[in-house]
Write a protein that binds this ligand. Structure first.
Ligand SMILES: C[S@@+](CC[C@H](N)C(=O)[O-])C[C@H]1O[C@@H](n2cnc3c(N)ncnc32)[C@H](O)[C@@H]1O
Length: 219
Protein backbone atom coordinates (compact mmCIF):
# COMPACT_ATOMS: atom_id res chain seq x y z
CA UNK A 1 0.00 0.00 0.00
CA UNK A 2 1.10 3.58 -0.50
CA UNK A 3 2.18 5.52 2.63
CA UNK A 4 -0.89 7.78 2.37
CA UNK A 5 -3.16 4.76 2.88
CA UNK A 6 -1.58 4.04 6.27
CA UNK A 7 -1.30 7.69 7.31
CA UNK A 8 -5.04 8.10 6.61
CA UNK A 9 -5.83 4.99 8.68
CA UNK A 10 -3.82 6.26 11.65
CA UNK A 11 -5.26 9.79 11.34
CA UNK A 12 -8.79 8.32 11.43
CA UNK A 13 -7.74 5.78 14.08
CA UNK A 14 -9.09 3.00 11.86
CA UNK A 15 -6.61 0.49 13.25
CA UNK A 16 -8.62 -2.73 13.36
CA UNK A 17 -5.35 -4.67 12.97
CA UNK A 18 -4.17 -3.46 16.39
CA UNK A 19 -4.72 -6.07 19.10
CA UNK A 20 -5.60 -4.99 22.63
CA UNK A 21 -3.58 -7.88 24.07
CA UNK A 22 -0.36 -9.68 23.24
CA UNK A 23 -0.78 -12.09 20.31
CA UNK A 24 -1.21 -15.61 21.78
CA UNK A 25 0.73 -17.09 18.86
CA UNK A 26 3.75 -15.01 19.84
CA UNK A 27 3.52 -16.23 23.42
CA UNK A 28 3.12 -19.85 22.28
CA UNK A 29 5.79 -20.03 19.58
CA UNK A 30 8.47 -17.50 20.58
CA UNK A 31 10.24 -20.01 22.90
CA UNK A 32 10.82 -22.24 19.85
CA UNK A 33 13.36 -19.70 18.57
CA UNK A 34 15.53 -20.52 21.61
CA UNK A 35 17.04 -17.05 21.78
CA UNK A 36 19.20 -15.56 24.49
CA UNK A 37 17.07 -13.31 26.67
CA UNK A 38 19.12 -10.25 25.72
CA UNK A 39 18.94 -10.85 21.94
CA UNK A 40 17.93 -7.81 19.91
CA UNK A 41 14.65 -8.34 18.03
CA UNK A 42 13.56 -6.42 14.94
CA UNK A 43 9.83 -5.76 14.53
CA UNK A 44 9.10 -4.47 11.00
CA UNK A 45 5.94 -2.39 10.45
CA UNK A 46 5.42 -2.48 14.20
CA UNK A 47 2.47 -0.10 14.58
CA UNK A 48 1.85 0.31 18.30
CA UNK A 49 1.80 -3.43 18.89
CA UNK A 50 1.77 -4.68 22.48
CA UNK A 51 3.81 -7.60 21.20
CA UNK A 52 6.82 -5.28 21.55
CA UNK A 53 6.09 -5.04 25.29
CA UNK A 54 5.96 -8.83 25.54
CA UNK A 55 9.32 -9.11 23.76
CA UNK A 56 10.85 -6.46 26.03
CA UNK A 57 9.50 -8.31 29.07
CA UNK A 58 11.38 -11.43 27.91
CA UNK A 59 14.57 -9.34 28.28
CA UNK A 60 14.96 -8.56 24.56
CA UNK A 61 16.06 -5.24 23.19
CA UNK A 62 13.30 -4.36 20.70
CA UNK A 63 13.91 -2.43 17.50
CA UNK A 64 10.77 -1.47 15.61
CA UNK A 65 10.19 0.30 12.32
CA UNK A 66 6.94 2.17 11.71
CA UNK A 67 5.97 4.68 9.05
CA UNK A 68 3.45 6.72 11.00
CA UNK A 69 4.56 9.08 13.76
CA UNK A 70 1.21 9.09 15.58
CA UNK A 71 1.42 5.29 15.91
CA UNK A 72 4.84 5.59 17.50
CA UNK A 73 3.79 8.41 19.84
CA UNK A 74 0.74 6.36 20.88
CA UNK A 75 2.89 3.29 21.58
CA UNK A 76 5.06 5.15 24.08
CA UNK A 77 2.25 7.19 25.63
CA UNK A 78 -0.23 4.31 26.01
CA UNK A 79 2.45 2.17 27.65
CA UNK A 80 3.62 5.06 29.86
CA UNK A 81 7.18 4.92 28.56
CA UNK A 82 9.22 8.11 28.62
CA UNK A 83 11.14 8.47 25.36
CA UNK A 84 13.69 10.67 23.67
CA UNK A 85 13.79 11.49 19.97
CA UNK A 86 16.76 11.92 17.69
CA UNK A 87 17.23 11.98 13.95
CA UNK A 88 19.05 9.17 12.21
CA UNK A 89 19.45 9.57 8.44
CA UNK A 90 15.89 9.48 7.07
CA UNK A 91 14.26 8.29 10.28
CA UNK A 92 13.26 9.71 13.60
CA UNK A 93 14.62 7.45 16.32
CA UNK A 94 12.31 7.12 19.32
CA UNK A 95 14.12 5.55 22.20
CA UNK A 96 13.52 4.22 25.66
CA UNK A 97 15.62 1.69 27.51
CA UNK A 98 14.32 -1.49 25.88
CA UNK A 99 12.27 -0.31 22.90
CA UNK A 100 13.63 1.78 20.03
CA UNK A 101 11.44 2.60 17.05
CA UNK A 102 12.73 3.97 13.77
CA UNK A 103 9.87 6.10 12.49
CA UNK A 104 9.91 6.22 8.70
CA UNK A 105 9.89 4.01 5.64
CA UNK A 106 11.32 0.52 6.07
CA UNK A 107 12.73 0.79 2.54
CA UNK A 108 15.07 3.60 3.58
CA UNK A 109 16.30 1.74 6.66
CA UNK A 110 19.87 0.50 6.37
CA UNK A 111 21.19 -2.76 7.82
CA UNK A 112 24.11 -0.73 9.21
CA UNK A 113 21.62 0.86 11.64
CA UNK A 114 20.81 -2.51 13.21
CA UNK A 115 24.00 -4.60 13.18
CA UNK A 116 23.26 -6.39 16.46
CA UNK A 117 19.88 -7.81 15.53
CA UNK A 118 19.57 -11.54 16.14
CA UNK A 119 15.86 -12.10 15.61
CA UNK A 120 12.73 -10.70 14.01
CA UNK A 121 8.97 -10.87 14.40
CA UNK A 122 6.58 -10.26 11.50
CA UNK A 123 2.93 -10.07 12.43
CA UNK A 124 0.65 -8.19 9.99
CA UNK A 125 3.68 -6.88 8.08
CA UNK A 126 4.18 -9.28 5.14
CA UNK A 127 0.39 -9.60 4.82
CA UNK A 128 0.01 -5.79 4.79
CA UNK A 129 1.48 -5.65 1.27
CA UNK A 130 -0.45 -6.36 -1.93
CA UNK A 131 1.14 -9.12 -3.97
CA UNK A 132 2.92 -6.73 -6.35
CA UNK A 133 4.82 -5.11 -3.45
CA UNK A 134 5.21 -8.14 -1.22
CA UNK A 135 8.40 -9.61 -2.61
CA UNK A 136 10.15 -6.21 -2.47
CA UNK A 137 9.28 -6.06 1.24
CA UNK A 138 10.51 -9.63 1.77
CA UNK A 139 13.80 -8.77 0.05
CA UNK A 140 14.20 -5.67 2.23
CA UNK A 141 13.56 -7.72 5.38
CA UNK A 142 16.20 -10.22 4.22
CA UNK A 143 18.66 -7.34 3.64
CA UNK A 144 18.06 -5.88 7.09
CA UNK A 145 18.42 -8.99 9.24
CA UNK A 146 21.85 -10.60 9.56
CA UNK A 147 22.71 -14.14 8.46
CA UNK A 148 21.58 -16.80 10.94
CA UNK A 149 19.05 -14.50 12.59
CA UNK A 150 15.82 -16.28 13.33
CA UNK A 151 12.25 -15.06 13.33
CA UNK A 152 8.56 -15.76 13.53
CA UNK A 153 6.27 -14.93 10.62
CA UNK A 154 2.49 -15.00 11.00
CA UNK A 155 0.37 -15.10 7.82
CA UNK A 156 -3.29 -15.27 6.86
CA UNK A 157 -4.64 -17.07 3.82
CA UNK A 158 -8.14 -16.94 2.32
CA UNK A 159 -9.70 -16.74 -1.15
CA UNK A 160 -8.44 -13.27 -2.16
CA UNK A 161 -11.26 -12.79 -4.67
CA UNK A 162 -13.79 -12.85 -1.80
CA UNK A 163 -12.37 -9.86 0.13
CA UNK A 164 -10.13 -6.88 -0.52
CA UNK A 165 -7.00 -6.60 1.61
CA UNK A 166 -5.27 -5.56 3.70
CA UNK A 167 -4.68 -8.01 5.23
CA UNK A 168 -3.81 -9.77 1.98
CA UNK A 169 -3.93 -13.52 1.52
CA UNK A 170 -0.50 -15.14 1.60
CA UNK A 171 -0.49 -18.83 0.76
CA UNK A 172 2.00 -21.43 1.90
CA UNK A 173 2.97 -21.81 -1.75
CA UNK A 174 3.81 -18.08 -1.93
CA UNK A 175 5.92 -18.31 1.24
CA UNK A 176 7.84 -21.33 -0.04
CA UNK A 177 8.33 -19.90 -3.54
CA UNK A 178 9.39 -16.39 -2.49
CA UNK A 179 11.17 -16.70 0.84
CA UNK A 180 13.19 -19.90 0.35
CA UNK A 181 16.06 -18.12 -1.42
CA UNK A 182 16.83 -16.05 1.67
CA UNK A 183 15.37 -18.07 4.53
CA UNK A 184 15.12 -21.60 5.84
CA UNK A 185 11.41 -22.08 6.42
CA UNK A 186 9.59 -24.30 8.91
CA UNK A 187 5.82 -24.07 9.25
CA UNK A 188 5.01 -24.45 12.94
CA UNK A 189 1.21 -24.33 12.73
CA UNK A 190 -1.73 -23.66 10.44
CA UNK A 191 -5.18 -23.26 11.95
CA UNK A 192 -8.69 -22.48 10.75
CA UNK A 193 -9.49 -19.09 12.35
CA UNK A 194 -12.60 -18.06 10.40
CA UNK A 195 -14.99 -18.12 13.35
CA UNK A 196 -12.71 -15.79 15.35
CA UNK A 197 -12.72 -13.11 12.64
CA UNK A 198 -16.13 -11.44 12.29
CA UNK A 199 -15.01 -9.21 9.38
CA UNK A 200 -14.37 -12.31 7.29
CA UNK A 201 -17.54 -14.08 8.49
CA UNK A 202 -19.68 -10.99 7.72
CA UNK A 203 -18.25 -10.80 4.20
CA UNK A 204 -19.00 -14.53 3.76
CA UNK A 205 -15.39 -15.46 3.12
CA UNK A 206 -15.39 -19.24 2.72
CA UNK A 207 -12.29 -20.06 4.72
CA UNK A 208 -9.47 -18.38 6.63
CA UNK A 209 -6.29 -19.95 7.94
CA UNK A 210 -3.56 -18.46 10.08
CA UNK A 211 -0.07 -19.92 9.84
CA UNK A 212 3.05 -19.47 11.92
CA UNK A 213 6.49 -19.97 10.41
CA UNK A 214 9.94 -20.13 11.91
CA UNK A 215 12.43 -18.52 9.54
CA UNK A 216 16.22 -18.54 9.66
CA UNK A 217 18.12 -16.06 7.49
CA UNK A 218 20.48 -18.04 5.31
CA UNK A 219 24.19 -17.17 5.42
C1 LIG B 1 -1.35 -3.94 9.39
S1 LIG B 1 -0.42 -2.82 10.34
C2 LIG B 1 0.38 -3.93 11.47
C3 LIG B 1 1.00 -3.27 12.67
C4 LIG B 1 1.61 -4.23 13.69
N1 LIG B 1 2.55 -5.15 13.10
C5 LIG B 1 0.54 -4.97 14.45
O1 LIG B 1 0.59 -6.20 14.49
O2 LIG B 1 -0.35 -4.32 15.02
C6 LIG B 1 0.86 -2.35 9.23
C7 LIG B 1 1.69 -1.18 9.74
O3 LIG B 1 2.76 -0.94 8.83
C8 LIG B 1 3.01 0.44 8.75
N2 LIG B 1 3.70 0.66 7.46
C9 LIG B 1 3.14 0.63 6.24
N3 LIG B 1 4.05 0.85 5.29
C10 LIG B 1 5.24 1.01 5.93
C11 LIG B 1 6.57 1.29 5.48
N4 LIG B 1 6.85 1.45 4.18
N5 LIG B 1 7.55 1.39 6.41
C12 LIG B 1 7.27 1.24 7.73
N6 LIG B 1 6.02 0.99 8.20
C13 LIG B 1 5.02 0.88 7.32
C14 LIG B 1 1.62 1.05 8.84
O4 LIG B 1 1.63 2.40 9.23
C15 LIG B 1 0.94 0.14 9.86
O5 LIG B 1 1.07 0.63 11.16
Amino acid sequence: MQPSFWHDKWDAQQVGFHLSAVNPLLVKYWPQLELDANAQVFVPLCGKSLDMCFLAEQGHEVLGCELNELAVQQFYRENELAFDISTLAEHQRFHTEQVTIYQGDIFSLDAAEMPNTQAFYDRAALIAWPEEMRSAYARQLAKLVPANSTGLLITLDYPQAELNGPPFAVSDDWVQANLATDFEIERLSSEDVLSENPRFVNKQVSWLTESVYKLIRKG
